[in-house]
Ligand binder design. Structure first.
Ligand code: ADP
Length: 364
């Protein structure tokens, strides 16, 4: 009996896998070095695909394509794909050891839903398996402890190293001035005090190993915001805005501020973009539409999410059970989960360019 010569070897496997292109890097996954530990045992092929983030939105697509491509090689009986990730960091030397990426969640003005977005985004990111921290730097109005269901908790100290142990809920490590001082105390703080308190919250906390540390920034574009970007290398910022003109104007100022400090804007989140009727579920655009889109075009950055004004988002926040944690399969949670994927992608892209990230340019 004549049998076909076996062509099943590592080269054949890599060749098959090199047909899979990563849409963000425009290169195939073999060239990118994502394929690891190829092993062939008879007709059984196993390998690992190591992505740049656990939150990769095309993870399952890669797995399917990899299985299909390798299964098509003559002689293959089974394919075992392990999906892993190693989060990239553009920081040569991070000011906070162990923290790969610091992402500022900012807004030009208060009340646009920055904290709500930061909390749900952080939890959604943690749900992908990423190691996530959330620093509430909104020192004048620290609302994160309440939103995270951690109001009134006091973080403990590692006495030997003089570091605070972050609180933790929903898989996210969290520290906030709201857990350290009386809320009333903070409002009388002056700029320099706030800046130094912020510095301590960043460096005197035992964050451990984190893929992403989200910083819920104080609203506005003053010295405190500037001092953060000078103290630590911020991978990028996510700007939260509502569709109203005034909020957009403030958002513009925020983007400009980050631009001056050479911090890239990863994208814009348009919050309260539509009103969802709690009775009939109908979506009505109560504010003018398309503002964030235009702003994104002007600054060459993307609108990463449109989050509707939805009573379930507010009610869950108030109860300290953010919708992403309380109801992860809901359509509201899906928006934040998609946002987490988009943010992770933008960070990976920014890191692949190492510090050479083009700063967004206004066309005007
Ligand atoms: P900021 O941090 O910008 O000051 P918050 O996150 O504290 O804003 O949100 C302000 C208020 O708006 C809160 O009561 C919050 O529950 C509510 N809120 C935020 N985003 C939404 C949303 N998409 N739908 C409904 N309510 C929201």
């Amino acid at each position: 009996m004549v049998t076909e010569p076996t062509r099943l070897n590592e080269d054949a496997v890599l060749k098959a896998l090199s047909t899979i292109i990563d849409p963000d890097f425009n290169k195939d996954i073999v060239t990118l070095g994502f394929v690891k530990a190829v092993s062939i045992d008879g007709g059984h092929v196993a390998f690992t695909i190591e992505l740049t983030t656990p939150a990769c939105p095309v993870k399952e697509e890669f797995r399917r394509k990899a299985e299909a491509a390798v299964s098509a090689i003559a002689g293959v009986e089974s394919v075992d794909v392990t999906m892993t990730s190693k989060t990239t960091s553009a920081q040569q030397k991070t000011a906070i050891p162990g923290v790969a990426n610091i992402i500022a969640i900012a807004s030009g003005k208060g009340g646009v839903g920055k904290s709500t977005t930061a909390v749900n985004l952080a939890i959604a990111m943690a749900q992908t398996g990423a190691r996530v921290g959330l620093l509430d730097a909104d020192i004048y109005g620290p609302s994160v402890p309440r939103l995270m269901g951690l109001a009134g908790e006091q973080p403990k100290m590692y006495a030997e190293v003089n570091q605070l142990i972050p609180l933790e809920n929903y898989g996210v490590k969290m520290i906030s001035m709201g857990n350290l001082i009386e809320e009333k105390q903070a409002v009388i703080w002056r700029g320099p005090m706030v800046a130094s308190a912020l510095g301590q919250l960043l460096t005197d906390v035992a964050w451990g190993e984190l893929d992403y540390l989200f910083v819920d920034m104080p609203p506005g574009t003053g010295d405190v915001q500037l001092s953060l970007t000078q103290k630590v290398p911020v991978t990028g910022s996510v700007m939260v805005t509502t569709p109203q003109d005034i909020a957009l104007l403030d958002c513009r100022k925020g983007i400009e501020m980050f631009r001056q400090t050479r911090t890239p804007t990863l994208g814009i989140v348009e919050n309260m973009s539509q009103f969802i009727c709690p009775h009939c579920g109908e979506a009505s655009p109560i504010f003018a539409e398309g503002g964030a889109q235009r702003l994104g075009e002007e600054y060459n950055t993307e609108v990463l999410a449109h989050i509707p004004l939805d009573i379930r988002i507010r009610e869950n926040s108030d109860q300290g059970t953010p919708i992403v944690a309380a109801n992860p399969d809901s359509e509201q949670a899906a928006i934040y989960q998609e946002l987490a994927g988009s943010v992770a992608r933008k960070v990976s892209i920014a890191n692949s360019r190492k510090i050479e990230i083009p700063i967004v340019q206004a066309n005007a």
